[in-house]
Design a protein around this ligand. Structure first.
Ligand code: SF4
Length: 704
């Protein structure tokens, strides 16, 4: 045995970018703890960090390609796998056209340096516009708002949580998620610091979340009514004559139009639909206007719903008109060392609406179509039908709406390939699975999450363990498929390019390059480097053609009749009288952490929360099995009776339901749970952005 050594790296499981200190001996991990010297996370880590070891040692994970045959799965060589895949892809594209091949990218791609850098040439080599990803089950409304207001989809204002005095959180549970579209390790510590300096936190949510329990005030809201609340608050700001644009006064357009629109949403009109008293809405707006520095942060509950687009627009508007934009303690733009906007010119035309999906006419944006439309694009015959698919690190059968319908669609494909370390509910439909490597075998740099970070920092993590000779990293798989699809010789110098070369080049060309930023500098500083708090930078960062912030983009105005219609509809669906919402858990992340023994041990977390009055009415007792049905499916799940959930609303976590149809992920089998996406409806989307609307799914409940 050799000596015990220490390795420092960032955790790449969620968005928080926690620095870790890993003790190891030979190829065995002794401990994983928060790195006290990391300037950003300062020793914080959540229980999920240990899963990095579990992914690495997982006996279920694949290390070489496997192929589905009539007699079961068989190992094949990399060369055999690549040869067959390229033959099939090219054949299908020759027969049906380039777009007959589709790509689906899962959430782990955003957490991988190699994938973030090599996906672009990979996708280009496949030459298809049929691209889908988990982004359209999550944050597309944020990108659309950034695109139309500030000129770039990645230019998303981030809450300056460390300097604010008033934080309004709508539909977010950052104490559990550690921030999302707000990279902030130790949110709980940062929230307590707001309170310690005399500030106030208000949470608006149909569920009394852990974040709500820490906040100074919690207000229950009816699911999917957040846009009405935001508009009513904006109404109050105009009505009090308190619009305060500060230094961006000459940099906005659309203020008059916005005022006209806001006049039609007084608190007194929206209160009964929102479920919050008009007087409380007035006070909430007054509190925000009175604070020295305030921030409104709206997230999953306000993004993955039928008005997600409007919610993210109005959140930005509220921050801007209360004078809380591009200033300390408000909503600010990070200035990352690897700047995804470095080459983006002012007036750049985004791909929003460049195409519309073939069947349902949902908008293309950010180079992709909404995943809610993928099943019908596979199953609807006609020109442009998808016949073949490659998934990269994704399990949409569990993570996308109407997942069971996606399973049927995948089963009908002519040919499917999956790049994934697991044989799971999605990859089981593949003809070939190509396994990549896990977090600690890879180098890491957070290309995306530094763009959403509450502080400017930078860090590179080298691989902890070298991969085995028979293994390939995901980016190497992407690189080889791209080369073979474009008939590039495998000894071409382009194939010698590594993630480190590209990273070094971007760091040197970036905003800190003149101060000596480089890969070597990061290697010399293994705990990471602090680049300081967020700074006002709107004039330098804005990408609109006229250099102004558009407060009233036309596409949002055009969507308002849809919002207004909810105020004329009955509050309850007779057949499906409950609103289903999702629930985030500390010890799981989407679908990909459920084969970690340490994260799934203990009580079954996949339960349905129901209010005591609703339970009484239906004769439900604690722990009883319930049948939950929606327009598209039904599941059975255990009841938890709690007044943490609003009456008329039920909640269950997402990411469960592993081990369907004979899949054998041995740890997940001990706590499989059920998939919320067997009852969420792919037809429920935010029509403006195409994002899936998980929250507010109408369901019926009965005792099983
Ligand atoms: S909060 Fe996220 S980044 Fe931090 S340790 Fe947990 S999973 Fe990893």
């Amino acid at each position: 045995m050799s000596e015990i050594k220490t390795h420092y790296r960032n955790c790449n499981i969620c968005e928080a970018m926690c620095g870790l200190e890993i003790k190891y001996q030979d190829k065995e991990i002794i401990s994983i703890k928060g790195d006290q010297q990391d300037p950003f996370s300062q020793g914080y880590n959540c229980p999920k960090a240990t899963a990095l070891e579990d992914f690495y040692t997982d006996k279920d994970r694949l290390k070489t390609p496997i192929k589905r045959t009539a007699t079961g799965w068989e190992d094949i060589s990399w060369d055999e796998a690549f040869s067959e895949i390229i033959d099939k892809f090219k054949g299908i594209q020759q027969q049906y056209g380039k777009n007959a091949l589709a790509i689906y990218l899962g959430n782990p791609n955003a957490h991988s340096l190699g994938n973030a850098l090599f996906l672009r040439p990979f996708m280009k080599s496949l030459g298809t516009i049929n691209r889908f990803s988990s982004a359209s089950t999550d944050q597309i409304p944020h990108h659309v708002a950034a695109n139309f207001m500030f000129g770039a989809g990645m230019l998303i204002p981030i809450p300056d949580i460390d300097r604010t005095d008033f934080m309004l959180i709508i539909g977010g549970n950052p104490v559990v998620s550690n921030g999302s579209m707000m990279t902030a390790p130790n949110v709980i510590g940062r929230m307590k610091a707001i309170q310690k300096r005399g500030g106030k936190i208000v949470v608006v949510d149909p569920r009394r979340t852990r974040t709500a329990k820490i906040a100074d005030q919690h207000l229950f809201i009816r699911p999917e009514k957040d846009a009405l609340l935001l508009f009513a608050m904006i109404h109050c700001v105009f009505a009090r004559g308190k619009v305060n644009l500060r230094h961006i006064e000459t940099m906005v357009t659309g203020l008059d139009e916005l005022e006209k629109l806001a006049k039609t949403y007084p608190p007194e009109k929206v209160a009964e639909f929102v479920g919050i008293k008009a007087s409380t809405i007035h006070t909430l707006a007054d509190d925000m206007m009175a604070a020295d520095a305030a921030i409104c942060y709206s997230r999953m509950g306000a993004s993955t719903q039928t008005f997600g687009g409007l919610c993210q627009w109005l959140t930005n508007v509220l921050n801007i008109i209360t004078g809380n934009f591009d200033r300390a303690g408000g909503a600010m733009f990070p200035q990352p060392a690897f700047d995804l906007l470095r080459n983006q010119k002012k007036g750049y035309k985004s791909s929003f609406g460049q195409y519309h999906s073939r069947v349902r006419k949902l908008p293309f944006f950010n180079g992709e179509f909404p995943v809610a439309t993928l099943a019908e694009e596979i199953q609807t015959a006609g020109e442009g039908q998808i016949k073949s698919l490659i998934t990269v690190a994704g399990n949409p059968v569990l993570s996308a709406p109407s997942g069971h319908k996606l399973a049927e669609a995948f089963d009908s494909l002519d040919y499917m390939v999956a790049i994934d370390i697991y044989l799971n509910e999605t990859t089981q439909y593949a003809n070939i699975i190509l396994p990549g490597t896990t977090g600690i075998e890879n180098s890491h740099f957070d290309i995306f999450f530094n763009n959403f970070s509450v502080r400017n920092t930078v860090k590179y993590s080298a691989p902890l363990f070298e991969k085995e000779p028979q293994q390939r990293a995901d980016w190497q798989i992407l690189q080889e498929i791209a080369a073979r699809m474009t008939n590039t010789p495998l000894d071409d110098p382009m194939l010698k390019i590594t993630p480190e070369m590209l990273l070094d080049s971007e760091l040197k060309k970036g905003a800190y390059g003149k101060q000596g930023m480089s890969l070597q500098k990061l290697i010399d500083n293994p705990h990471g480097i602090d680049l300081g708090p967020l700074m006002p930078c709107i004039e330098a960062r804005i990408k609109t053609a006229n250099g102004k912030v558009d407060l009233a983009p036309q596409l949002y105005i055009d969507d308002l009749p849809r919002l207004n219609s909810v105020m004329t509809q009955p509050a309850r669906d007779q057949q499906y009288p409950f609103d289903l919402i999702g629930r985030r858990l500390v010890k799981s992340h989407n679908t990909w952490t459920q084969n970690s023994a340490r994260l799934v041990k203990g009580k079954n977390p996949c339960t349905l929360e129901i209010h005591p009055e609703d339970a009484k009415l239906l004769g439900i007792t604690k722990g009883q099995r319930l049948k939950v049905s929606s327009l598209v499916g039904e599941i059975e799940i255990e009841a938890v009776i709690t007044d943490d959930i609003q009456q008329g609303v039920v909640s269950m976590p997402q990411g469960w339901g592993h081990n369907q149809k004979g899949i054998k992920m041995s740890v997940a089998a001990t706590q499989p749970g059920v998939s919320i996406n067997d009852i969420t409806d792919a037809d429920r989307v935010d029509l403006l952005t195409g994002n899936a609307a998980f929250n507010g799914t109408p369901v019926a409940i009965e005792i099983a």
